[in-house]
Design a protein around this ligand. Sequence first.
Ligand code: URA
Length: 242
Amino acid sequence: MGNDDRIYCYEALSLMEDALADGYRSRSPVPEFADQAESARAPEARTTQGPARIPQDDSLAGIAAEAARCMACRLGAGRKRSVPGQGPARPLVMVIGEGPGSEEDKTGLPFVGPAGQLLDKMLSSIGLSRELNCFIGNIVKCRPPMNRDPAPDEQAACRPYLDRQLALLRPKVILAVGRIPAQSLLGVKDGIGRLRGRAYEFEGRPLVATYHPSALLRDEGLKRPAWEDLKLLRSLLDGLGA
Ligand code: URA
């Protein structure tokens, strides 16, 4: 069974569980299953169709609810809470970090530890905040064990949530904080020291990459270049009249 099939089965079972918990009873007669006709079809004909799409609730709350029960990768098994993101529905900036740490896993909120406090200060220095105009999200919504880097397949499994959030939020500019989000969004393997310091185009909007706030807490010397990145972000927003 492929990963798409697993996700499909899991979502279908979750929907059934929800429906039964709400006391749902179908009035439709049990259908006759055409599995003989199905198995007689050529294998290619069966596989090219892919899994049927379950209608998704494309609201931020709907995405958060799906992420909360997601088992599309191994991180789902270890989470206390998923961390879908936080901020206004029409932000100027979407900040994208790597993935939840221990505090975030406990609270369900992004960037709430010491790195989060520094992130809030960085944003406020250029007139931004998660309360007013920044949505804070992550590449993966569940905590990687021991705060290890999220593996490529975990990033890929979580990517549809981020894509759907971006489509809903339509931020003017993206700020990738740290190596993992910068590499993941730009599809490159360079280190953050090479990726920072300039604006990229990501799906029609500017993207700036900078150091992760926890790196700034470890190395004061990175604060100066990070400040340059923040000024670049501000100038992009100013240029867009935002
Ligand atoms: N680091 C991240 O990259 N994301 C968080 O949400 C918290 C810490």
